[in-house]
Design a binder for this molecule. Sequence first.
Ligand code: C2E
Ligand code: MG
Ligand code: MG
Ligand code: MG
Length: 284
Amino acid sequence: RAKSEGKGTYHFFEAALDEEARRRRQLELDLRSAVREGGFELHFQPLYSMAEQRLKGFEALIRWNHPERGLVSPAEFIPLAEETGLIVQIGEWVIRDACARAAAWPGHLSVAVNISPRQFTSPVLAQTIVQALAASGLPANRLELEITESIFIGNVERTLAMLHSLRGLGVRIALDDFGTGYSSLSYLRSFPFDKLKIDQSFVRDLGRDASAGAIIRAITTLAAALGIETLAEGVELESTMEALQREGCDLIQGYLVSRPVPDGAVPALITRLAGEAPHRAAAG
Ligand code: C2E
Ligand code: MG
Ligand code: MG
Ligand code: MG
């Protein structure tokens, strides 16, 4: 009996694996046609300076407009795009579209673009950026690249050379999801980042957990000493914003200020944020 049950279980898992492989294969095919046919759009989320009480720019966040499934979040398809190499083409589109959109905004606003590890090592990245800036007319200092610590896994020398050559184009470089990697501090010595984006996980626990506050204070103190700006991700509550201000954080991003919005909603958001400080009632 035990034996036949074991066999049944085996068939069950085999079927489940087949199903998973089939689903992945279909998703990959859909992703390929989205790349061919332009099935993506960018949403934009404000980056807000607490000290200046002023909007500084937006982060571009990709959405996949899937024919049957509607808007698909990047958490679902970016990993697949990385594995299949499609991220390079998708990333090129992101950079071009983000620069083109940002060129229409007031001149003091910047745009931040996420660069995934595989895209970072692609030899065409610098050329893509140069062309996107030229085509859009966006000044290089209004483009910020968000990279994560995972680009340091592997050839550190090559990574640093790449960072310096990108910086040489005049763009800004931010370290995203700061604190979630395995040896964050050593990278701060090796490259002068413009901004640290403190990961949501620390921000969420602020006020609930004394150690989260201590960690944020340590990060902002260190960053200030190194001349690096700090931004807290995932700020949803007014009380969190106030605590971050006390801990010396420069910028916030999160639902408190606004959720990511489609390009068409950006002008109204710029107007709203010019007139009022972020508060709970404004959270969508
Ligand atoms: P990320 O770069 O850390 O982006 C921040 C994520 O936090 C976004 O999720 C944003 O919608 C979400 N978020 C912002 N404020 C809040 C908040 O107050 N509460 C909560 N719970 N979440 C908040 P999203 O748009 O789903 O993107 C997820 C990740 O996908 C991004 O994390 C980034 O790593 C990646 N990604 C997004 N767009 C691109 C892209 O164009 N290229 C690449 N390579 N990766 C991208
Ligand atoms: Mg990011
Ligand atoms: Mg982030
Ligand atoms: Mg994150």
